[in-house]
Write a protein that binds this ligand. Structure first.
Ligand SMILES: *Cc1c(COP(=O)(O)O)cnc(C)c1O
Length: 436
């Protein structure tokens, strides 16, 4: 908890805090963007991302075996890249401005197994842990077919170990489903915003749910504490896990291929602008990091947060990172975008983002719902509220000097809105969203 004196000082230094505290929509441009600093790199490089991709590749035969819906993609957990120019007019109406350039969406709402962006990082870290245990117990070598992981020998081994995670819902879904399928004793520590239907799915899979009447940070803290008491328990720590981060980063290698397959050339003259909904920061951070390693100066990444949960924004802007929370500023962290309802940012993501992230903007919940309804009515796409936060991005930039500062021709831009979740939302809940 920051002192009153400290907060007063921060407010004087960062006038934008005034609007942030009043939960107004804001956009912040990262003053350090593009600076060639090398500190805060955490020793992660492109090589680690390639390594992570290889690990996921080894698990493809296993994934295909236990999740038949992944058969058509041969066990690859990946989403489509789609053009959605036909939605531009709707977007312009909701955001009250015209949008130049081409509009694309990344369909992580459709990712198999967990139906959200968490199917990238969460599942990756569970695999990494399972592989480490299996190698240590001589059950497999890296050259063998990993379909073996579905056999009883592996399940017997994993049943002696526990996995735990703290979550607002989606990370729990991804880790819970994968962990339980492999045979781990899995516990998900759920914050008060977690949706009942997500708990139901997990209980059906045999996952143990611990519920808390507090927000995400508390659920993570409690889960971490309980896990530490048990030497056979592995805690997947969303506030500081580099494995989660790397699992997300793999998306960048895949996206590059997808653009190439469409014969679209992304370069400095035809840059890619990516808009990523942000909670604790691991998902969007990992993807942004990967994209900068793959596309370099040709990509500009922006994070989107709810006006009531601007955790990463205040952390990066004040450079206090996880020392500051939205609650310190009197903001309530209450939003219908439950996937983004995080009050304290990741311990390390904001620091890495210092040189990679172009900026962060905030969105009001009612805009998310307006977009949710329009996207469903006109394009038939069903999303959860969090997943729409990327859409206002192009409009947010419109009236800034960002394009002229970087001499970017607006007409040449590929805007990519990252849709982060939705395909598992039950019909009845979705109908309620339409009435919001
Ligand atoms: C978790 C989540 C995000 C953001 O990921 P973080 O790693 O928490 O920043 C965005 N959208 C949805 C739907 C999510 O579940």
């Amino acid at each position: 908890m920051l002192s009153k004196k400290k907060i007063k000082k921060l407010k004087r230094k960062h006038p934008l805090l005034e609007d942030i505290i009043n939960t107004k929509e804001v956009i912040w441009f990262n003053p350090k963007y593009g600076e060639n600093t090398t500190h805060n790199e955490l020793n992660i490089s492109k090589k680690d991302i390639v390594e992570a991709e290889k690990r996921l590749k080894r698990f493809k035969p296993y994934i295909k075996e236990v999740f038949p819906e992944t058969k058509k993609n041969k066990g690859l957990i990946e989403s489509e890249l789609e053009s959605i120019d036909a939605f531009k007019e709707d977007l312009e109406k909701v955001c009250n401005t015209s949008i130049d350039g081409a509009l694309y969406i990344k369909r992580d709402d459709n990712l198999p197994i967990a139906g959200s962006i968490k199917a990238r990082g969460g599942i990756y870290e569970v695999f990494k842990y399972a592989e480490t245990l299996a190698l240590k117990n001589n059950l497999v070598t890296k050259d063998e077919n990993y379909r073996k992981f579905a056999s009883n020998k592996f399940k017997t081994l994993f049943a002696k170990h526990s996995l735990a995670v703290g979550s607002t819902g989606n990370l729990g879904l991804s880790i819970g489903i994968m962990g339980a399928t492999l045979g781990f004793k899995t516990t998900v520590h759920m914050s008060n915003d977690a949706k009942e239907w997500k708990k139901t799915i997990l209980r059906q899979k045999g996952v143990h749910i611990k519920e808390y009447d507090s927000d995400y940070s508390k659920a993570v803290e409690q889960g971490r504490k309980m896990s530490e008491k048990d030497s056979r328990s592995y805690f997947i720590d969303d506030e500081k896990s580099t494995d989660l981060f790397l699992g997300y980063a793999v998306a960048a290698l895949r996206l590059k291929e997808q653009f190439e397959r469409k014969s679209i050339k992304v370069n400095k003259e035809n840059p890619l602008f990516v808009y990523l909904p942000c909670g604790v920061g691991g998902g969007p951070g990992g993807i942004c990091f990967g994209l900068k390693k793959v596309f370099g100066e040709a990509v500009y990444c922006f994070f989107a947060e709810p006006t009531h949960s601007p955790a990463m924004l205040i952390g990066m802007m004040t450079e206090e990172h996880n020392n500051i929370s939205v609650q310190d500023l009197g903001i309530d962290n209450k939003t219908a975008a439950d996937g983004l309802a995080v009050g304290t940012p990741s311990k390390f993501v904001g620091k890495i983002m210092e040189k990679y992230l172009a900026g962060i903007y905030t969105v009001q919940d009612d805009i998310l719902f307006k977009l949710l309804r329009k996207l469903y009515k006109n394009k038939g796409i069903k999303l959860e509220p969090s997943a729409l936060a990327g859409f206002p991005g192009p409009a947010e930039l419109k009236f800034s000097s960002f394009y002229s500062r970087f001499e970017i021709p607006e007409k040449n831009i590929y805007h990519l809105v990252w849709l982060t979740g939705g395909s598992m939302v039950p019909e009845k809940i979705f109908q309620d969203y339409l009435l919001e």
